[in-house]
Ligand binder design. Structure first.
Ligand code: B12
Length: 215
């Protein structure tokens, strides 16, 4: 679909203003918001990642594409977020220590809000202690989501989940983990309650998990 290809191209090239227009055009042409996100923007970030790996582009270009995608998501947000905020429970989310990637984490936060969660977003580079403090301050939190995008920060993910698993509040919360290098096998190994590959599935699973907990 032409509209989505344009979104893809402009994100790859890091053209913030053009992405904004391309997303508006794609919506006006009747493209589904989820398609614009997945086949347009997320596919573009995969291309950008591959180009970085090949040494064709460097960190500044990756950053420009990230900014462009964020702009595109801003335009899409009203079409993706629909739910009544706060009715599914309270969640806390963050990207683990040492990791600055936040696009996927922000999408997860957005989808959780759409599914009715009130979301406390701790941002990026979040220490295990900071996650724990947020839960202690908000005893009504029923869901903790940890994102990790680097193979080098999978250890921080492991440490964070281990730390939360030892805490007295553990039985009141469900822990979800995700991010490109995370797998179901890793999630099982480190003692998280659930892993999903993408943000939309995360929100669906989160609702089930928290309901199952009877909170
Ligand atoms: C954009 C980007 C950056 C930007 C980030 C800007 C930002 N604000 O986020 C910048 C330029 C800062 C950056 C820096 C670096 N990056 Co970078 N980056 C990327 C890139 C191109 C895209 C990431 C992205 O946003 N993807 C799109 C989102 C939507 O996908 P996602 O995050 O995976 O999220 C989805 C799912 O994983 C899931 N999900 C995410 N979180 C969670 C959480 C839960 C609980 C659940 C259930 C699901 C879930 O849902 C999301 C949506 O459906 C990737 C390549 C790639 N394809 O991933 C490389 C990549 C991740 N980066 C890489 C590297 C090496 C780096 C640097 C080390 C480079 C350097 N030499 O400095 C630094 C590290 C900085 C740091 N300390 O974090 C490597 C990692 C390699 C590895 N195996 O570890 C990658 C894979 C590129 C590559 N192919 O080499 N990067």
């Amino acid at each position: 679909m032409a509209g989505i290809d344009e979104v893809y191209e402009m994100v790859v090239r890091g053209k913030t203003k053009a992405v904004e227009l391309a997303v508006q055009d794609a919506l006006a042409a009747g493209c589904a918001p989820s398609e614009i996100l997945n086949a347009g923007m997320i596919r573009a970030m995969d291309k950008v990642g591959a180009q970085f790996k090949e040494g064709v582009i460097f960190v500044p270009e990756m950053l420009m594409s990230a900014r462009a995608m964020k702009k595109g998501v801003e335009v899409l947000r009203p079409y993706l977020v629909t739910g009544a905020v706060g009715t599914a429970g309270k969640a806390v989310i963050g990207t683990v220590a040492g990791d600055l990637h936040d696009i996927g984490k922000n999408l997860v936060a957005m989808m959780l809000e759409s599914a009715g969660f009130e979301v406390i977003d701790l941002g990026v580079d979040v220490s295990r202690e900071k996650f724990a403090r947020a839960i202690e301050k908000n005893p009504d939190i029923s869901l903790v989501c940890c994102s990790a995008l680097l193979t080098t920060t999978l250890q921080a993910l492991r440490d964070t989940v281990a730390y939360l698993n030892r805490a007295s509040f553990r039985r009141n919360i469900k822990i979800m983990v995700g991010g490109a290098p995370v797998t179901q096998a890793l999630a099982d190994e480190i003692g998280a309650d659930a892993y999903t590959e993408d943000a939309a599935e995360c929100a669906r699973r989160a609702v089930e998990l928290v309901k199952g907990q009877g909170l």
